[in-house]
Design a protein around this ligand. Sequence first.
Ligand SMILES: Cc1ncc(C[n+]2csc(CCOP(=O)(O)OP(=O)(O)O)c2C)c(N)n1
Length: 564
Amino acid sequence: MNKPVEISTLTGAEAVVEMLKAHGVDIVFGLCGDTSLPLYDALARAGSIRHVLTRDERHAAYMADGYARLSGKVGVCEGPSGGGATYLLPGLVEANESSIPVLGINTDISVSSRGRYTLTELDQRSLMRPLTKWNAVIDRAADIPKLFRKAFEEMTTGRPGAAHLALPFDVQNGPVERSELWGDPTLGAYPSRRTAPDPSLVELAAKLLRKAQRPLFICGGGVVLAGAEGELTTLAEKLSAPVATTISGKGSIDERCAHSVGVVGSNGGTPETRSVVDEADLVVFVGCRAGSVTTERWRHPAQGQARIIHIDVDPAVPGANYKVDVPLIGDARLCLAALNEALEGYRREGDLSSVDARKREKFARFDALARSDETPIRPERVVSELSRTLDRDAIVVADPGTPCPYFSAYYVVAGTGRRYFSNRAHGALGYAMAASMGAHLAKPAVKTVAVMGDGSFGMCVGELETALRLHLPITFVVISNAVYGWIKAGQKSGYDRRYFSVDFGVTDHAKVADAFGVRSWRVSDPAALTPVLKAALSADGPTLVDIVCQPLHEAKAPVSEWVA
Ligand SMILES: Cc1ncc(C[n+]2csc(CCOP(=O)(O)OP(=O)(O)O)c2C)c(N)n1
């Protein structure tokens, strides 16, 4: 009897599905289009990759970002040509700048239709080039396997980042050899290839650490990305050193422990956390770019105030802003492990009581405001009641505006790892709703909450339908103040209260959610907050709580420019 003959070629679209599977992808977020028809058909016939249909490509990319942050895997999003590419772009930019591996795929007009005024024609190569870590337009079906392998390698090695592939219509129908369809599944998770630091520089760094009187760690997102929390805690304990974080660095250390300072910088930092920075005689930046927000425009620490050890996987980062005494280039976990080894047996008797005193001062001020019965409800009260109501292992995603500084400063992350995040590369409004959906799909067992301003809500509301259709048990909290409050606060502090074009109309966001079929509440009485939050957090599907809040320009936000 003849053996059945295995067909040795697949279509380009089928090959794309196989290459995603070869790298461990089992979920893709996206929105359909004419140029995507072959890809959709291949996904439908394969049936092995879940497709989450979104209502806007921006949110497909934000979902892929949230998914990547919580799953430790590459997030994948897709959209069609033209507008599909320009709409996917914002999420890829955020992911790339935040060092999150997200693969964006846009289908495209046929190679044979180029230059003929074809509807949706767009130079995707040039569009994506400056804003992704790596990108390509696939001109021949035969190149699909190698370009997908390259994309996964780029996204998860070195500094993780976003990649983009453009997939023309006729390329989706071209032939690909089955024998070419292989990939290394370890490249589908990050960091996939850890690099170790130079041992001689590790010795130098260890020497500085031994000599320091008041060492301080400032951790960025790199610690959580590298899963370096354990090594960091061990080193901080050895040195009795305080550990501060950036907003993206929340989760580097358990914020309940004696070593934790909390968030520093102009957004979410407070005078108390700043004073800990100002006292340090050695600052160890770990997976942190020491950018404008973290350092309050390079004033805290001041240039020359402290010795600097800078640990980063990207060699371009140390020395970009501060004169660095020892640069350690490598994966944060391996760098910290090397320092722990170099300091084997060493123990510094330090005193963390001043860190404790500063934290007490900070939270005493916060608690006094959080107890307020004033209306509109104070943001402090929202943070406090949500913190008390939420499970410890919950995931909180915060948008810019009121949520980011308030939750960064006062929401205490219990435990380590990714439990709180915000889009800190660009801070575009309207990120949290979609990102929370991706996060939930990566970690469905824990409660996920997205907190957004009403400005953000206006930019993402369409995805309430997606949340309902997928029956995602996420709670969306809207801080309602009918104003682009962050900007109004800037006009108050820097432009003598000349308020201009920042106020908008009052919307009942609960009614909007209700129209989508999402269970919702509008809260203006502070006494109703806890019971409503409890009901919303324990409900089965998506819920929305619209909280009528004190506008940001009238609040005592932890934003240093306004405090000054
Ligand atoms: C896409 C985008 N456009 C503009 C901005 C500039 N911006 C930063 S904060 C902010 C106001 C936020 O308003 P809202 O979401 O209502 O929150 P609030 O500040 O009132 O708490 C604006 C417009 C931005 N971050 N993203």
